[in-house]
Design a binder for this molecule. Structure first.
Ligand SMILES: NC(=O)c1ccc[n+]([C@@H]2O[C@H](COP(=O)([O-])OP(=O)(O)OC[C@H]3O[C@@H](n4cnc5c(N)ncnc54)[C@H](OP(=O)(O)O)[C@@H]3O)[C@@H](O)[C@H]2O)c1
Length: 303
């Protein structure tokens, strides 16, 4: 049995095309979701070409459970869910029950699909330090992770500084909760306590220099693709240690996904979908995302 899916094809634009793949066979701890919407993340799109041809790509999906897990865990058939797992960009996704969350009434599946990777990343990196009353700098604030991070940092009581690449990309960030919006790191006149960095390169080097004693840079991503060069002695600082911390924690995402969906249901978190269309327009959506023309997330409908 086959299904339609977005598969890796080295000859397709962006190495992705709508094709077919075998219907997944769930393990005992996996349920099967009939996927209605998916969302793209920069890393998946940028590095699709590194995967073997025919791989069903993607991690973010929302749909309806059509087959509950054989081990009895997880939601029942018919439950609308958001899911985070490999092979998400397909008509059917087999995913472990600890990686799904029921979608509350009133939350659209298209919004739910926009949450998993970017929302979990923003939530978990912000939890690395107490942020109430602290200065939090978010780079790449116009993007998928960035727009969630701005909102969640503001919800957590931080003073939020949102950094964008150009003035046009600042649109909407103040309304989402940013107290300051800066282009690059220009105009930041006091040290910051926490940096969520999705850009890397020279901006990471400059962000490191802005850290207060005891501060931390969560090195989430490297959208710039550039190296970060630290000058001799720039890692020395008097007082409490400053840190750069890697991030890649995708374990047990279900409960955090539930938290994010709860915030959306309560009107405290906006999914910020900047591109929406059917999944056969994958090349257009991927091009817009990589071209920095999407404010937030690109969500595709499984038609
Ligand atoms: N560690 C993890 O587990 C994890 C999880 C999620 C994402 N990530 C990584 O985090 C980064 C951000 O992900 P995302 O999904 O938020 O991506 P996104 O939506 O594309 O946002 C990235 C932002 O980076 C900014 N940027 C600055 N310089 C850039 C450049 N030279 N090229 C492209 N963008 C540039 C862009 O903002 P302007 O247009 O305003 O400049 C863009 O809005 C990616 O590198 C991704 O792989 C890592």
């Amino acid at each position: 049995m086959t299904m339609r899916a977005l598969v890796v094809d080295p000859d397709a634009p962006g190495s992705l095309r709508l094709g077919t793949a075998p219907v997944p066979r769930p393990a005992p701890d996996q349920l099967v979701v009939e996927v209605r919407h998916i969302s793209l993340n920069r890393g998946e799109v940028a590095f699709a070409h590194r995967l073997p041809a025919g791989t069903v790509h993607g991690y973010d999906a929302a749909g309806v459970v059509v087959r509950p897990a054989a081990d009895g865990t997880g939601p029942a058939a018919g439950t609308p869910v958001a899911a985070f797992g490999p092979g998400a960009w397909a008509e059917h996704l087999a995913v472990t029950t600890d990686a799904v969350a029921a979608v509350p009434e009133g939350v659209a599946l298209s919004d739910a699909a926009a949450l998993p990777m970017a929302g979990l990343t923003a939530l978990r990196t912000l939890r690395s330090r107490p942020i109430l009353g602290r200065r939090v700098l978010i780079t790449g604030a116009s993007g998928g992770v960035g727009r969630y991070a701005v909102q969640l940092a503001a919800l957590g009581g931080a003073h939020v500084i949102a950094s964008v690449g150009s003035p046009a990309r600042a649109t909407g960030l103040t309304a989402l909760g940013a107290h300051e919006v800066v282009v690059g790191l220009e105009g930041i006149d006091q040290p910051v306590d926490l940096v969520l960095d999705t850009v890397g390169g020279p901006q990471l080097t400059a962000a490191w220099a802005l850290l207060a004693p005891g501060g931390d840079v969560q090195a989430i991503g490297w959208a710039s693709g550039e190296p970060a060069v630290l000058a001799p002695n720039s890692l020395f600082s008097l007082g409490r240690a400053k840190t750069i911390t890697s991030f890649g924690d995708v374990a047990d995402p279900g409960p955090d996904l539930s938290t994010l969906l709860g915030h959306v249901a309560a009107g405290r978190l906006s999914p910020e979908i900047g591109w929406q269309g059917p999944w056969d327009r994958i090349a257009e959506a991927a091009g817009a995302l990589l071209g920095r023309r999407v404010a937030g997330k690109a969500v595709l409908k499984v038609t």
